[in-house]
Design a protein around this ligand. Structure first.
Ligand SMILES: [Zn+2]
Ligand SMILES: [Zn+2]
Length: 261
């Protein structure tokens, strides 16, 4: 599978970093037919344009997954749905599946209260919600998706995808240190992990270089990719700082960066 970090910033307006969005392109074959999908994790401001910049068509993504409801993870929802309603240049027949943590269906309903039919394109859209607890998984064409509560807002979850070809990817969303996230990420090849603030100016509900390293180290992941980077933490040498507590590979994400997993 392939990861593209579309948005690696957060709440601070930043010309170099869009708000949260990561794409996983899965590959797979079922009965000789390609079953790869484009999975979107979070859809913050700038995500739709960021996909275009990365050569991905936002109008033909297969599934949207949300970690939580904060605006820096959800504000491109109406933008994408409006484009899917009126901006399609070719017909789309495959459904769009949209998933988020409980009470996501209520959250989605509020978007429809504001935007009405403009949120409803002319193809099937399935919206569903996940319980905010560990121990569940969902079979996708490209692998098995699991999730766990994160420590951020009441609905926050982190995701993991174990692909059919054996590669594993986990994404923390927003969180501070949480054993549940360590367990979810255990042994993953690649962990996309938030790292919002410096250790000397921590922000509740978020990770710092040392707490991100702690999760990565305890989970024994192969590689971390640091994201959700606020300006003060970017003044640090993040590879060195995270490297004090984690001896695997460390990459500081950039918008539009693409990696094989
Ligand atoms: Zn948040
Ligand atoms: Zn955030």
């Amino acid at each position: 599978m392939r990861l593209t970090t579309i948005g690696t910033g957060g709440v601070f307006p930043n010309t170099a970093r869009r708000q949260s969005c990561a794409i996983i392109e899965t590959s797979g074959e079922t009965s000789g037919e390609t079953s790869g999908e484009i999975l979107v994790f979070d859809l913050g401001n700038g995500a739709v344009r960021g996909m275009l910049r990365a050569g991905l068509d936002p109008l033909f993504v297969d599934r949207l997954f949300f970690t939580h409801f904060h605006p820096d993870h959800t504000t491109d929802i109406p933008s994408l749905m409006f484009s899917m309603k009126y901006g399609m240049t070719e017909e789309r027949t495959k459904p769009l599946r949209i998933v988020g943590p409980h009470p996501f269906e209520e959250f989605w309903g509020k978007f429809k209260t504001v935007w009405g039919d403009w949120m409803e394109p002319d193809f099937l859209v399935e919206v569903s919600e996940l319980p905010v607890e560990s121990g569940h998984s969902m079979e996708l064409p490209g692998g098995a998706l699991s999730w766990t509560p994160a420590k951020h807002s009441p609905e926050s979850i982190a995701y993991r995808l174990d692909s059919t070809n054996g590669a594993s990817f986990a994404y923390t969303g927003d969180t501070e240190y949480a054993e549940s996230v360590v367990e979810l990420a255990r042994g993953a090849d690649t962990l996309l992990i938030e790292c919002s603030a410096p250790d000397d100016a921590p922000i509740p509900g978020h990770l710092t270089p040392s707490s991100a390293a702690r999760i990565a180290s305890e989970a024994e992941v192969g590689r971390v990719i640091l994201t959700h980077l606020f300006p003060p933490v970017l003044e640090l040498d993040l590879v060195t700082e995270v490297g004090k507590g984690f001896d695997g590979e460390i990459i500081v994400a950039e918008d539009g960066m693409r990696l094989e997993i």
